[in-house]
Design a protein around this ligand. Structure first.
Ligand code: PEP
Length: 247
């Protein structure tokens, strides 16, 4: 499984960041999972050349722009020079600050151009009885593929993160049965936009209140290839437990 830890802005001290890195290395050394950590960008420089222990670095976001007169921007080119291998894009917390599909698509293009694998977050705010949320998900996926070169489309990872399930307790997360349905739907949509055979290779993750309590049931038959983990990822005991229950 691909286990992506999104530390968000929870971590504000280099000491804490280093402690969490040590935990991630320990989990990675067990050799069972591919471990990806997404620290706040100020700490990315601490962690270069970690790949030898199946541990990779992700940015939590990147700029839409290329290098140039763009004060404060963190470009894909800069990150690729720092051994950043993945980037989270279109996280709901960025979308809540005004990021729209076309911006996420432009960031995806930048990431691919610099050989950084985009982990694009998609997900509905609420569910309606008429299924409009399914059309919303389709639109999010379509915006990404329209902007991505055909040859790179299968490299893009999607993280299905229903917004209503983020930052809650595990009992408020999605049910395994609903997750399975959603992953089938997302893969079907992907298949229509690339090809059904290539769609089978696309990695889809789940994120939203994953913990040691629900990680096993959410992964065992839902069809996901990994998890995007938020608040539980900054708790070493929780992360070790999640890595043990997930197969
Ligand atoms: C997230 O925000 O990407 C996330 C999965 O958060 P949490 O695990 O805290 O719900």
């Amino acid at each position: 499984m691909l286990l992506v830890s999104n530390w968000k802005a929870y971590i504000e001290s280099p000491k804490e960041a280093k402690e969490l890195l040590a935990v991630a290395k320990k989990i990675a050394r067990a050799g069972v999972h591919t471990i990806v950590i997404a620290p706040p960008s100020a700490y990315l420089g601490f962690f270069t050349k970690e790949q030898e222990v199946s541990l990779s670095l992700a940015a939590q976001d990147i700029s839409e722009t290329q290098s140039g007169a763009h004060t404060g921007e963190i470009t894909a080119g800069l990150l690729s020079g720092m051994d950043v291998f993945y980037t989270i894009l279109g996280h709901s917390e960025r979308r809540a600050k005004g990021e729209i599909d076309s911006m996420v698509a432009a960031k995806t293009q930048q990431a691919l151009l610099h050989k950084i694998i985009p982990i694009v977050c998609i997900g509905e705010k609420v569910r309606d009885e008429n299924g409009a949320y399914l059309q919303g998900l389709r639109a999010q996926i379509s915006a990404i593929y329209e902007a991505a070169p055909q040859k790179d489309r299968s490299k893009i990872i999607f993280a299905y993160e229903p917004i209503w399930a983020i930052g809650k307790s595990s009992c408020e997360s999605i049910t395994p049965a609903d997750l399975r349905e959603m992953i089938l739907y997302i893969r079907k949509v992907i298949g229509e936009m690339i090809t059904p055979t290539v769609a089978l290779k696309v990695k889809i993750l789940y994120g939203g209140s994953v913990s040691k309590i629900n990680a096993k049931e959410l992964t065992e038959s839902s069809g996901v290839q990994g998890l995007l983990i938020g608040h539980a990822s900054i708790d070493p005991k929780e992360m070790i437990a999640i890595s043990k229950v997930v197969e």
